[in-house]
Design a protein around this ligand. Structure first.
Ligand code: MLT
Length: 412
C-alpha cells in the first residue's frame, strides 16, 4: 500500500517566504555570532502588549482559575462581548451596519485569508495583486486551484494584477471575468493604498461580474490620510460582494497572542452548480463550527480591552511610534537617493532598488554588509522584483541604526 500525498504541495516554492528568510538569517548569524543583526523583514511588532490589555488579560486568566467563573468551550464564532465592541468601534463610526452573526472572531487573519478559499469551488478563477501577501497564492496552489509555476514565476491559471511604481501601485481591473479577487489595503507588501474612488471601481467590477472580493484590512489602523477607506463596506453595496479580514496583530501587538476577525455579510451569495444562490455566511459558519473551537477566553477579553478609552490611547501611542520609524526610514532612504513608497498609511516601506540589482542579491548585501534584514520584493511575486520591503516595527534606536548602516553602503 502506498499513501498518496496532495501533489499540489509539490507545486509550491520550497519554503514559505518568511521561513526562507529566517533560515538565511540564522545561517549568517551562526557563522557570524558577533554581528548584531537588525530585523526589519517579517512584520512582527517589538512593543509589548499595552497595560490596559495586560490588566484585562490577567484578570481573565484569574477567572479561569475559579470554578465559579471558569469557561470551557466558547462559541466558535467568538464571544458577543468582543463582537459588539468590534461593531461599535470599527464599523459604526464609518456608518457601516454589521450584525453580530456577521462577525467571526479567529486566531489570525493569516489563517482566515488562507482558509476562506475552502468555501469556494476549485473551478473559480482567482486574481491577486502582484506583489502579494503570499498566503493568498500558496493556499490556492495547495487547494489545486492553479497549475505549475511558469518561467515568469507566475502560477498557471492565476490572474496577476501588477502594482508597480509605473502604475502608481493602482492595480488595473481584471480584463477577464474573475470570480475571486484578493485585495490587501493598506497593502502588504507595498504599503500603498487606494482611494475610495479607486476601491469603488473594484466593487463595481465585482457587482457586474458577480465576483467576490476578499478584502484584507489587517493594517487599517495605520491609515493617516483622509481619502483612504478603512473598510471596504464604506463603499456602497460592498456588503453584497466582499468579505473583510481584520487583525489585532499589528494594531495591538497580538502577533504572539493571536486574535483577529472576519466579516462575512449575510447579503453575500455564492452559487451552486444548479445556479441556486447560497449564503456564504452560512458556509463559513459551517466551516468554522466544524474546524475551529474559537479563540481562548482570556485572549478575547484582552482584545476587547483594546477598545477601552485607555486601551485606544495606549495603542495609538504605539502606532504613532511605529509610524515615526516609518518616517525616518522614508526620509533617510530618500536622502541617499532611493525611491521609496508606502510608510504613510502603513508600517511597510517599499524600496525601489538601484538598477541592475535583483532583490535577493540586495537582501544578501543588506544582511552581510549592513546586518539589516529586509524582505526581497521578488518573494512577493514577479512584480516585486527590483524592490525590497522594510518594516517600521523595530525599535526607534534600531531603526536609526539600520538607516545609518544602509547610508554607508555603496550600491555601485
Ligand atoms: C509580513 O511580514 O508580511 C507579515 O508579518 C506576515 C503575516 O502577518 O503573516
Amino acid at each position: 500500500m502506498t499513501v498518496k500525498i496532495n501533489e499540489n504541495y509539490l507545486l509550491l516554492q520550497n519554503s514559505y517566504l518568511f521561513a526562507e528568510i529566517a533560515r538565511r538569517v540564522d545561517e549568517y548569524q551562526k557563522e557570524n555570532p558577533e554581528k548584531e543583526i537588525i530585523r526589519m523583514g517579517i512584520g512582527d511588532v517589538t512593543k509589548p502588549l499595552v497595560p490596559s490589555v495586560v490588566k484585562a488579560f490577567t484578570s481573565a486568566v484569574q477567572e479561569m482559575s475559579d470554578s465559579a467563573t471558569f469557561k470551557g468551550y466558547g462559541p466558535e464564532q467568538g464571544y458577543s462581548f468582543l463582537a459588539e465592541k468590534i461593531i461599535e468601534n470599527d464599523f459604526k463610526p464609518l456608518g457601516v451596519d454589521i450584525s453580530l452573526d456577521e462577525v467571526f472572531i479567529s486566531d489570525g487573519a493569516k489563517c482566515d485569508t488562507a482558509n476562506i478559499q475552502e468555501i469556494f469551488d476549485l473551478d473559480n478563477t482567482v486574481a491577486v495583486t502582484d506583489p502579494v501577501y503570499t498566503v493568498y497564492v500558496d493556499t490556492n496552489v495547495m487547494a489545486g486551484r492553479t497549475g505549475a509555476m511558469n518561467d515568469k514565476d507566475m502560477y498557471e491559471g492565476l490572474v496577476y494584477l501588477p502594482c508597480t511604481a509605473e502604475n502608481g501601485f493602482i492595480p488595473e481591473l481584471p480584463k477577464e471575468n474573475v470570480d475571486l479577487i484578493y485585495l490587501c489595503l493598506p497593502n502588504n507588501p507595498t504599503g500603498t493604498t487606494l482611494t475610495k474612488e479607486e476601491l469603488k471601481s473594484f466593487v463595481d467590477y465585482a457587482k457586474e461580474n458577480k465576483s467576490i472580493i476578499l478584502f484584507d484590512a489587517a493594517y487599517e489602523k495605520f491609515i493617516n490620510e483622509t481619502d483612504v477607506p478603512h473598510s471596504i463596506y464604506e463603499i456602497e453595496g460592498a456588503k453584497e460582494v466582499a468579505i473583510e479580514f481584520r487583525s489585532f496583530s499589528k494594531t495591538a501587538g497580538f502577533t504572539g497572542t493571536r486574535c483577529a476577525y472576519t466579516i462575512v455579510p449575510k447579503e453575500l451569495k455564492g452559487y451552486d452548480s444548479k445556479g441556486n444562490s447560497q449564503s456564504l455566511n452560512e458556509l463559513w459558519n459551517r466551516r468554522q463550527t466544524t474546524k475551529f473551537n474559537g479563540v481562548s477566553y482570556p485572549v478575547q477579553v484582552a482584545a476587547a480591552a483594546t477598545y477601552s478609552k485607555e486601551g485606544k490611547k495606549e495603542i495609538q501611542e504605539y502606532i504613532d511610534y511605529y509610524m515615526e520609524n516609518a518616517k525616518i526610514i522614508r526620509t533617510k532612504l530618500r536622502e541617499i537617493g532611493l525611491s521609496v513608497y508606502g510608510g504613510v498609511n502603513s508600517p511597510y516601506i517599499w524600496v525601489k532598488l538601484p538598477e541592475g540589482i535583483d532583490s535577493w542579491s540586495f537582501f544578501d548585501i543588506l544582511l552581510k554588509e549592513a546586518n539589516v534584514v529586509g524582505t526581497p520584493g521578488a518573494g512577493f511575486g514577479p512584480s516585486g522584483e527590483g524592490y525590497l520591503r522594510l518594516t517600521a516595527f523595530n525599535t526607534l534606536d534600531n531603526t536609526k541604526k539600520a538607516m545609518e548602516r544602509i547610508s554607508k553602503l555603496n550600491f555601485n
